[in-house]
Design a binder for this molecule. Structure first.
Ligand SMILES: C[S@@+](CC[C@H](N)C(=O)[O-])C[C@H]1O[C@@H](n2cnc3c(N)ncnc32)[C@H](O)[C@@H]1O
Length: 365
């Protein structure tokens, strides 16, 4: 039997392949009519891939015996005759809206509509996904509204949990002269560091709104807030403490490695780097992986983090999980926060509890 199906086959996906294999069956010849660019534009949208390239891809699918571009506005008797077609197949969702297009095939009683499995991908879905993909635009991610929403959750000056309590347990008890915070956010850590060490503090952040808020708040004139991407930050200055909390998850591994090398060059001889970051925990859970991917976070596990730090020429002198501190911080806390923030927090706490997410600190020399 000669089987025919017609379609755009724009952005070919596994749903197309499954459908073609299904209708080909055994011992049949499968012909594919590829709609022309002009025809597609009249009822859908201009295709992403042009007709010649779409044809080339279809012709290279194993189960397809022959394919051709067709610029007609309906399936003509001539085409059916030319390829000696015995059966025509079209995938539909619910009722077919292809009655005019397939009028000739219907009259010849060779038309079959088969239900498209909606659990499968569709080209429209792929395009929607591309359109809504997050990009790493900090000014969009961190709108003033979002920043202040998070601050309500984490406390004045912070975009991460624990106020100053968690960090204070990790800080060196000695005099310090110069401190750098990478990704200083709303400045809470810088202020806390100033209160403890009374020295020069440089808080650096990529997000304009964060820096603006810090400057408006005029925390202290020994603290400088700088709008800068740490990836591009160069200085001759050395720091005896560098801190980075919940920042490097926004940076890919190649860049992370370079930043770690840079940190090494910017630390004084006896300097300390305190790194706190989101890591993968010991239990793998696809939901947590998807959650991170959705946010364009580059999360790695603790042992790979340690390897990267070592490979960059630094030494991890202490490290441990802070997950319990994260969970305890929010436990039994009355929070005056919006529903979406609450849901997101509960999700994170769930991942921490099941150990797919590990909030981890590294003390590095
Ligand atoms: C989750 S917030 C944490 C803020 C702060 N460290 C705290 O503990 O509250 C992450 C911060 O990192 C900043 N950031 C992300 N990538 C950065 C980069 N490449 N250079 C500088 N800052 C960056 C973001 O703008 C944001 O303010």
């Amino acid at each position: 039997m000669n089987i025919l199906t017609c379609g755009c086959f724009d952005l070919i996906h596994s749903g197309h392949i499954d459908f073609l294999n299904k209708i080909k069956g055994k011992d049949n010849k499968l012909f594919v009519l590829v709609h022309s660019d002009r025809f597609i534009s009249t009822y859908k949208r201009e295709p992403i891939i042009n007709e010649n390239d779409r044809l080339k891809m279809i012709l290279n699918i194993k189960c397809v015996d022959d394919a051709f571009i067709d610029d007609n506005d309906y399936l003509s008797d001539e085409t059916i005759k030319q390829y000696n077609i015995n059966s025509v197949f079209q995938a539909v969702i619910g009722v077919s809206n292809w009655n005019y297009y397939y009028n000739n095939a219907e009259k010849q009683e060779i038309m079959n509509y088969i239900e498209y499995d909606t659990n499968k991908v569709s080209t429209t879905e792929i395009i929607n996904k591309i359109n809504t993909c997050n990009d790493i635009d900090y000014d969009n991610r961190y709108t003033k509204e979002n920043i202040l929403k998070s601050e309500k959750l984490y406390g004045m000056g912070f975009q991460s949990p624990g106020l100053e309590m968690i960090l204070n347990t990790l800080l060196p008890n000695k005099e310090l002269k110069n401190i750098l915070e990478i990704g200083s956010g709303l400045g809470g850590n810088c202020l806390n560091l100033y209160n403890k060490y009374k020295c020069d503090i440089l808080g650096l952040d990529i997000c304009k709104s964060m820096i603006e808020i810090c400057k408006e708040r005029k925390y202290n004139n020994k603290i400088t807030y700088l709008l800068e991407n740490y990836n591009d930050f160069e200085t001759e200055k050395k720091f005896d403490l560098i801190l980075s909390r919940d920042v490097f998850m926004y940076i890919n591994t190649e860049q992370l490695y370079q930043n770690l090398q840079k940190i090494k060059s910017q630390l004084t001889e006896d300097g300390t780097f305190i790194l706190i970051d989101y890591c993968f925990g010991e239990i793998s859970n696809k939901d947590f992986t998807d959650y991170c991917m959705n946010r364009n976070w580059n999360i790695i596990n603790v042992s790979f983090y340690k390897k990267l730090i070592n490979d960059a020429g630094l030494t991890v002198v202490d490290d441990n999980s802070l997950s319990q501190e994260y969970i305890s911080y929010f436990e039994n806390k009355e929070l005056d926060i919006e529903m979406d923030v609450k849901e997101n927090l509960n999700k994170k706490i769930g991942f921490l509890k099941e150990k797919s997410f590990d909030w981890h600190y590294f003390i590095v020399k």
